[in-house]
Design a protein around this ligand. Structure first.
Ligand SMILES: NC(=O)c1ccc[n+]([C@@H]2O[C@H](COP(=O)([O-])OP(=O)(O)OC[C@H]3O[C@@H](n4cnc5c(N)ncnc54)[C@H](OP(=O)(O)O)[C@@H]3O)[C@@H](O)[C@H]2O)c1
Length: 255
């Protein structure tokens, strides 16, 4: 089998009921991991858990809630017999001109995209250090490519990339690695919800987005999962921020 063996690793993925998180869950399961996923929508979590077999545990929960985070970590530790990896994948998109931003929406996006992952990471440390485990954040090209109207999302992803490096330094002495994958465009719900791929304009949008990538196409969930599995397996890699973006971060413009 191509790729890294993840045999018997216990991996917790936030937001594994759709998109990149679901793609990662499938990929990790194929490589022998025991996976726990979570999300707020019961139907998405149940669908994924039913489809993917007995090595996956689906938990309905909101990572912005302390009690749900506690339950989630306990569930993952029980399911996997400990915990090797936390993938801080769940995030939401909020866009708008700086003059129009709503404070409650800003607070919500920082809670889900930054604060929840920090608190979860802290909760997982005692488990991860028993197994020389790792934390994986999911960043975004928005951190270094400036798209007008994307300031809330971009600011949260800049925070995630900064956290990766600070926590790598802080947790290195405890033998916990912290890394980050930075995906280019992948066609998932987060983009649909932000109206980036609505039906009427989907085709033109997709072509436009594809043209901004040096490789001329958007990516797949599986391609992000491959890079994640590398970072999970690379025992001397920490504090790394790895672009998996088809060259989107190079700053090409669509002709
Ligand atoms: N797709 C792209 O082009 C792209 C590019 C760069 C980076 N990313 C990053 O990739 C990651 C995954 O996004 P995606 O593209 O796969 O979009 P997605 O399909 O919308 O996945 C996000 C997941 O997070 C879950 N989630 C959101 N808030 C949550 C909360 N408070 N508690 C628990 N779960 C929560 C959602 O499920 P519920 O709504 O059911 O809770 C959803 O399943 C995100 O970090 C995103 O920023 C995506």
């Amino acid at each position: 089998m191509l790729g890294f063996s993840l045999k018997d690793l216990s991996i917790l993925i936030t937001g594994g009921g759709s998109g990149i998180g679901l793609g990662a869950a499938k990929y990790f399961l194929e490589r022998g991991a025991k996976v726990t996923i979570c999300g707020r929508r019961e139907n998405k979590i149940n669908e994924a858990a039913d489809a993917l077999g007995s090595s996956i545990l689906g938990m309905v929960g909101d990572i912005t809630r302390g009690d749900d985070r506690q339950r989630l970590v306990e569930g993952a530790v029980r399911h996997g017999g400990g915990l090797d990896v936390l993938v801080n994948n769940a995030a939401n998109m909020y866009r708008g001109a700086i003059t129009e931003l709503q404070e409650d929406e800003l607070t919500d996006i920082f809670n889900s995209n930054v604060i929840a992952g920090m608190m979860l990471s802290g909760l997982c440390v005692p488990h991860l250090e028993k197994r020389e485990g790792s934390i994986l954040f999911v960043g975004s090209v928005h951190n270094r490519r400036a798209f007008p109207g994307a300031s809330p999302y971009a600011a949260t992803k800049a925070a995630v990339q900064s956290l990766t490096q600070v926590l790598a330094a802080e947790l290195g002495p405890r033998r916990i690695r912290v890394n980050c994958v930075v995906p280019g465009a992948v066609f998932t719900e987060i983009n649909q919800r932000a109206g980036l791929f609505d039906d009427a304009t989907a085709r033109a949008r997709l072509q436009g987005m594809a043209g901004m990538h040096a490789l001329g196409r958007i990516g797949t969930e599986r391609e992000i999962a491959e890079a994640m599995s590398y970072l999970i397996s690379a025992k001397w890699t920490t504090g790394a921020i790895v672009d998996v973006d088809g060259g989107l971060g190079l700053g090409l413009t669509h002709e």
